[in-house]
Design a protein around this ligand. Sequence first.
Ligand SMILES: Cc1ncc(CO)c(N)n1
Length: 238
Amino acid sequence: MSFSQELIKASQPYLIANEQHPFIQSVLHNQVDAKALAYYIQQDLQYANAETIVQTALIANSKTVDDQRLFADQLSRHLKSVSALFQQLSHNNHNEWSQQYDAAVQPITFLYRQHILAPLSSANLLAILTPFEAGIWLYVELGKFLSQSDQVHQDNPFYPWVDELQHGEFAGKDGISDKFMAIIDREAARTTESQLAAAKQAFLRSCLLEWYFWDAATKQISWASWTESALDGQAGEL
Ligand SMILES: Cc1ncc(CO)c(N)n1
């Protein structure tokens, strides 16, 4: 079994948990809560900014021009798709695009951003790529799940997201997720057991943080709501 196959196998329970999350289920039934979607749009834009930083590090830590070009091309596509997709989602959700971009980074977004940014100081391609690719892989799988349900149509405000992940540059044999997995396998073949174990843990933690990302949107978790619960002495629930 290749290392990427091992990652995909180990993350199946996380994928199922993401599919079952009330946010994803609400998409499936075209009952997305407008407040949850507005929160998601704002916070995912902040996550996408961290992805931009990760991709500049992937370019900087590549050993070949071919790798640099692959990462640079993907960064360019990322920047184009981020604004187009989020403008569309904002429009569908009746949110003013100009108000979405500068939102404060809320707790789960903060954690997830830190998680994908943490390996940058290692200057190690496998360590930097693996937790970032986990998010892309999971999104492609969720996109597949939603589109194969045949229940998400153009009248669904989340439709552009599903469409982007199925027909964009992400999915399929020539999609970026498979290309990133191929680089992960190439790097995994020449590293140590302990680095592999760390990369696997980072991949699974990304899948876990994806679940919390939907959960944060559903509950609109904020530093203010966290502070309120803590200072009120309420039994802590995320
Ligand atoms: C939270 C999250 N995970 C993964 C992706 C995929 O790029 C994204 N845009 N946002």
